[in-house]
Design a protein around this ligand. Structure first.
Ligand code: ATP
Ligand code: MG
Length: 419
């Protein structure tokens, strides 16, 4: 994409009402637009990063047998009454509204009830199971503390997968499998070494659930980390009994702040019971389906990545989630050479943001740093005379001269090695 075709502009200062670093940076760099507190729109660059985050999650969910769907936002109140989750006394963050005929509806906060109800149409016998529907869907929650930018939206994207199993054992096997898939997802985001599978409260049907918590000073959660065992305990359940269960000792644990990036939950028959999602087993007995739910917040992920991969000049995207791999800046009267390099890079599948604007070199460099593409290429009159370009990585300051003849191949090799 050419900068002259991109309508967004960078800002020197963040809006004064925005307190979260992730939103400040993403607004300044033109990735998101703030509509209201806790409500953001994704602009072209932000959408590209969000799409990459989504695609990584999608690939891993498909590998464990996920079936992608997209459920409706508007909710059927009757279903939520069956599980006692409609009343504001029980769930206090609904956005509720009414249909033209005066009857109630609400915007989906999560989708256990509708998915359980929908799956009744497709699950009759043990042969129809297991099944793993999932979606990327916008959730609406009337969050009270919306001071964390994209990390706590009132409207946010969630990946929610639901497992439908025949037996507790089949459920537990899948729970382990998706837990590994989650670890892979966070590794692909470059957060593997600071993301811990964290023991959290399990509800009625399991002693524990697990959260995936990424260590961050701006996190809203407190966790106790066991580095050697690569696990953590959420403060909510931090007590003698849990320590004994896990075979760990207080003095081996380090207290840290963290952001919940995902969670996995055993639901048992909590939803299949009241909503009557049953199947007939091999012996002809009718049984409730054993369920689990598994969330990841892709929009929270974008916020956390921006928060984590940044310096005082701006964003520093890992290649996997960068909207473009390369920021190509032309300096001086070099449009011909720069245009053809832009075309050559794209021809081999390299994603390039080409700064073809007629502005000062310093402005182009400042934008390249703020927007955070992993590689910057500068073509200037002097470099063209030498038959070369300047190549620089966003993560460090050293500049390398690379010949115009080899730059495309060189970058292609480097970028392919990262995938
Ligand atoms: P939290 O404890 O942070 O409020 P939660 O336990 O309510 O989150 P779930 O309902 O399990 O979260 O949602 C699944 C995932 O969706 C979370 O792990 C998180 O990544 C993401 N998520 C939850 N709430 C928000 C929000 N308000 N804004 C952005 N992402 C969110
Ligand atoms: Mg939580």
């Amino acid at each position: 994409m050419k900068r002259t075709q991109l309508f967004t502009k960078t800002l020197k200062e963040a809006p004064s009402d925005e307190v979260a670093k992730n939103a400040q940076l993403l607004i300044r760099a033109g990735y998101i637009h703030k509509e209201m507190a806790g409500v953001y729109s994704f602009l072209p660059l932000g959408l590209k990063t969000l799409d990459k985050v989504v695609e990584i999650i999608r690939q891993e969910m498909n590998l464990v047998g996920g079936n992608e769907v997209e459920m409706s936002t508007l909710q059927n109140k009757q279903l939520w009454e069956l599980t006692d989750r409609w009343d504001d006394k029980n769930v206090d963050n609904w956005f509720k509204t009414k249909f033209a005929n005066g009857s109630d509806t609400g915007l989906g906060i999560t989708h256990e009830e509708p998915i359980t109800n929908m799956m009744k149409n497709f699950v009759n016998s043990y042969k129809d199971l297991p099944s793993y529907p999932y979606q990327f869907q916008t959730k609406y929650r009337n969050e009270k503390r919306a001071k964390s930018g994209l990390m706590r939206g009132k409207e946010f994207l969630m990946k929610d997968l639901y497992s439908l199993s025949r037996t507790q054992q089949e459920h537990e096997e899948f729970y382990e499998k998706i837990s590994e898939a989650y670890a892979k997802v966070f590794e692909r985001f470059g957060l593997g070494d600071i993301t811990y599978k964290t023991f959290a409260s399990g509800g009625i049907f399991a002693k524990y659930s697990h959260e995936f918590q990424t260590v961050s000073e701006v996190g809203e959660d407190t966790i106790f980390v066991h580095k050697a065992k690569n696990i953590a305990i959420n403060q909510e359940v931090y007590n003698e009994e849990v320590l004994a269960d896990l075979g760990v000792f207080k003095d081996e644990l380090v207290e840290m702040r963290a952001v919940e990036v995902g969670n996995i939950f055993s639901l048992g028959t909590k939803f299949s019971g009241p909503l009557e999602l049953n199947f007939t087993d091999e012996k002809g007995n009718k049984k409730p389906v054993i369920m689990g739910s598994y969330g990841i917040g892709p929009s929270r992920m974008v916020g956390l990545l921006a928060e984590h991969f940044a310096d005082d000049k701006g964003l520093i995207w890992p290649v996997n989630v960068a909207p473009f791999s390369v920021y190509l800046a032309s300096v001086g009267d070099v449009a011909g050479t720069a245009d053809s390099l832009y075309n050559d890079l794209q021809a081999v599948g390299i994603e390039v943001l080409y700064d073809d604007r007629d502005v000062r070199a310093g402005d182009k460099f400042a934008d390249a740093d703020l927007m955070g593409m992993p590689y910057r290429i500068v073509i200037s009159e002097r470099s063209v005379e030498q038959g070369s370009v300047e190549l620089k990585q966003r993560v460090d300051d050293s500049v390398e001269l690379v010949s115009l003849d080899t730059i495309v191949d060189k970058l292609k090799v480097v970028l392919e090695a990262i995938e």
